[in-house]
Ligand binder design. Structure first.
Ligand SMILES: Cc1cc2nc3c(=O)[nH]c(=O)nc-3n(C[C@H](O)[C@H](O)[C@H](O)COP(=O)(O)OP(=O)(O)OC[C@H]3O[C@@H](n4cnc5c(N)ncnc54)[C@H](O)[C@@H]3O)c2cc1C
Length: 387
């Protein structure tokens, strides 16, 4: 335990230094250009951010989810998009290291771990993303591979990804969950039709975009994992995905609270320090309680996952709570900045916009509440686990 805490402290210190010295100075310009600057990429690579949870033998740091959360929180405090960029490599790399062939791992993991390559996970489609088993992109068997046809949208890192982990339906004769397969699709595969990038409210350098597949040929060695197992492979990632988002949201909420107390401790109104106002104190107290509860929920999910205990429910709880705390904290911090909070002269405006992504992506609050609520009944009726 002691060793683990020491590791976490060292990592926090290293990423915090990276965030303040290397990341923060580039944020305004990077948001304007809509790109992750090379200097930020190089700095993140040097500290091991892109391969935090990837295997050591492929150049990763071999860490667990708890340490990944430390990294993501600290990056998000400075710039949530930097944390999102580390998600692209760690999440797609984790899928490949868990389900990929030896050849796929050897080819893709070293670049992901270094941040010289990046991937995207393309599940969501125009007709709806919440029903992950309902995707319509089809994959038809042909000699030597598959022909993929369909549309994907709202995909992070569309602008830059070297490959896309695409979910497609390979069998329509079985239950929806059992007929989906993952494919590694590259931009130069014949039939990959580039789309474009959305103008987003926040996360403006995250490259959220769309593309389509028009009888796109992918060879058999581009199947990721088992044919028909794609939905379950994706579900295997939800603990990592949701807890990782919780960490980003803890970072955003901490940053918002810091900006708010920093601003108010300098400011007076009607001849009195605003930091003495009952309304301010009560708001700050509620936010602090919310952020600490978020941190505890996130820590519980990460610990369970690192101990190999299935914890999709705990990860969903952490994600719902943390993302809503981040929304509330940024809204309150903006409000208590007064009019200047509504301008780009202060950082809270950007954090407010960025935070809105996280009650939607990686499972919406509404849908995750269904998951949590159902699990409560399953536990009561003895169908679920009891931890
Ligand atoms: C910034 C950002 C980045 C993203 N990155 C990716 C990515 O990299 N890869 C990827 O595959 N996807 C990505 N997404 C897509 C995201 O996963 C989906 O937007 C999300 O799953 C919701 O799907 P949808 O937008 O189609 O909404 P829908 O599923 O159509 O839902 C619409 C609304 O109805 C609610 N709803 C749905 N079902 C129910 C129900 N049963 N009961 C009550 N309410 C319900 C939802 O909560 C939502 O508010 C990203 C989204 C954003 C905003």
């Amino acid at each position: 335990v002691h060793e683990h805490l020491e590791q976490a402290d060292q990592l926090r210190e290293a990423v915090r230094a990276l965030a303040s010295d290397v990341v923060a100075p580039h944020v305004v310009e990077a948001e304007r250009r809509g790109e992750l600057p090379d200097a930020v990429r190089a700095g993140m690579s040097a500290v091991g951010c892109f391969g935090r949870v990837l295997p050591r033998e492929h150049g990763g740091a071999g860490a667990g989810l708890a340490l990944f959360c430390v990294q993501q929180e600290e990056l998000a405090r400075a710039w949530p998009t930097a944390a999102v960029a580390a998600t692209w490599t760690n999440l797609s790399g984790r899928l490949i290291s868990r389900f990929g062939s030896v050849a796929q791992q050897g080819e893709l993991l070293p670049g992901l771990a270094q941040g010289t390559a990046s991937g995207a996970v393309a599940w969501t489609e125009p007709h709806g993303g919440s029903d992950a088993a309902g995707l319509r992109t089809s994959a038809v068997r042909v000699d030597g591979g598959w022909l993929l046809t369909g549309e994907k949208r709202l995909i992070d890192n569309t602008g830059r990804a070297d490959f896309f982990i695409v979910g497609a339906r390979t069998n329509t004769q079985v239950a929806p969950r059992r007929g989906i397969t993952m494919f590694l699709v590259r931009r130069d595969d014949p039939g990959f039709v580039p789309g474009g990038l959305y103008e987003t409210l926040g996360l403006r350098a995250a490259g959220v975009g769309w593309f389509s597949l028009d009888e796109c040929f992918v060879a058999d060695d581009q199947v990721l994992g088992e044919v028909g197992n794609g939905f379950y492979q994706m579900m295997d990632m939800v603990e990592f995905g949701r807890t990782g988002v919780a960490a980003i949201c803890v970072g955003i909420a901490e940053a918002a609270l810091g900006l708010m107390t920093g601003f108010l401790s300098q400011r007076t109104s009607f001849g009195r320090p605003l930091a003495d106002s009952d309304v301010v104190l009560s708001t700050v107290a509620d936010l602090r309680i919310g952020v600490d509860a978020a941190r505890l929920l996130m820590g519980r999910a990460a610990e369970l996952a690192d101990a190999g205990v299935r914890c999709d429910r705990e990860a969903a709880m952490a994600k719902v709570w943390s993302s809503e705390v981040a929304n509330n904290a940024t809204a309150a911090a903006l409000q208590f900045h007064g009019g200047i909070g509504y301008t780009t002269a202060v950082d809270i405006e950007r954090l407010f916009r960025d935070s809105r992504a996280f009650t939607i992506g990686e499972g919406t609050s509404e849908v995750l509440r269904l998951v949590i609520g159902r699990s409560e009944f399953e536990r009561r009726n003895g169908l679920g686990k009891t931890t």
